[in-house]
Design a protein around this ligand. Sequence first.
Ligand code: ATP
Ligand code: MG
Ligand code: ZN
Length: 455
Amino acid sequence: MKFKTVFVCQKCGYEAPKWAGKCPDCGEWNSLVEEVKQQESKKAPARTRSFTDFSSEIVQLSASKAVKEPRIETHISEFDRLLGGGLVKGQLSLLAGAPGIGKSTLMLQVAAELSKNLKVLYISGEESISQISGRAARLGVKGDNIFLHCETDIQKIVESVQNVNPDVLILDSIQTVYHPEFTSSAGTVAQVRECTGELVRLCKPKGIITFVLGHVTKDGELAGPKILEHMVDCVLYFDTEKDNVLRLLRPHKNRFGSTGEIGLFKMTGHGLESVENASEYFAQTSRDRALKGRAYSLALEGSRPILTEVQALVSPTRYPFPRRVSTGVDLNRCLMLFAALEKHTGLPLDNKDIFVSLAGGVKLKDPALDLAVCAAVISSCKEIPLAPDSVFMAEVGILGQAAKVPLIDRRLEEAQRLGFKKAYSAAVTKPEKEKLSRMTLAELADLGELTLKLR
Ligand SMILES: Nc1ncnc2c1ncn2[C@@H]1O[C@H](COP(=O)(O)OP(=O)(O)OP(=O)(O)O)[C@@H](O)[C@H]1O
Ligand SMILES: [Mg+2]
Ligand SMILES: [Zn+2]
């Protein structure tokens, strides 16, 4: 067998014969790492075997029968909803997140629920049996049907899957396992790719529900090659800061459901608890007083409305260039809104620092927040407190015009349910308006009208 050294980009998997500062393929800096590669003889089968036992028969689409996959529920309500109703046999999911965010905790809870009917094999390359059982005791997990194995050698893992023959496999984490045929250290592109491939080939044909846990880099991206995301059916990311009690789980890819949904959890001593009523968590300040610079909005994440509190602080600057800072909302979007406010309403913002933030540590991209950002900025700049029972939802364009946002009827209904008395939005249709019985609606054409109505 011959060996050769190659330099592999740890981000995209590109192989270069020489080291370079920048990956020629994906443009990442300092991502090439030296790896020793075995050169396969010409006759040996290529490494890129098919991942699954796909049949090589050719069939007509209309003749092939579609099997509606029954969903296996985890009975963790937020997790099931996020997955599109539950798990599917043979589904391979990747769960990634920052250290300490709760990946192992969630998996143990999922294992506990699934083990009521299915056999679960939990493989850990990060923790000892006693650490895992300590956590299990804290979470109140009994687990007669959960088998633990601490191992990092993928070939031994494959063996133990064959011996135990589980219905569910959990691997914590992909960055700790290695393939002994490859000399590079665990966590490198080659190792991550091969070990995942090994799992796909093993678990898909057997219909084993597989969860692979993964680390993220400090930018919040999955550590390892992008190819990993292509190999799995479902990619779930924990999306919140670690010190927040609230944990947001977001699908970046889902072959069996929508990626618009989010799962909300609260970290407690007994594990992650599903948060079904999102509204009370994101709105932080109490709603009994009018405050300067605070405006409420109803954002949608997937199909779920989230009450959002937009806070703005506008204050005279001490710097030659005023500062513009946003947390939770896109800064470029905010800059556009500030410019539109100056241009179309004459709001004097050029010598002011502006800080915009979403309470509760959420990050949202919903255009409905535009109007709330504008209202909060006007309120802080002009020192007009906004009524705590008003809610603002409309997209604002560069011409200062307000536009209706999707699913406005659902948002209005939810706002009404939460006790809001007045909604500011762009013009809505009659049927959308008719549903409102306890709330008045102020229909705005543009930012000028918003300024007049807030006075
Ligand atoms: N007694 C406790 N009470 C409340 N929360 C706890 C307790 N013990 C641990 N936690 C929470 O659990 C988190 C650790 O969870 P877990 O080990 O599942 O994270 P992880 O994502 O698997 O981390 P890693 O990347 O290190 O494997 C801690 O950050 C903390 O928030
Ligand atoms: Mg862990
Ligand atoms: Zn690259």
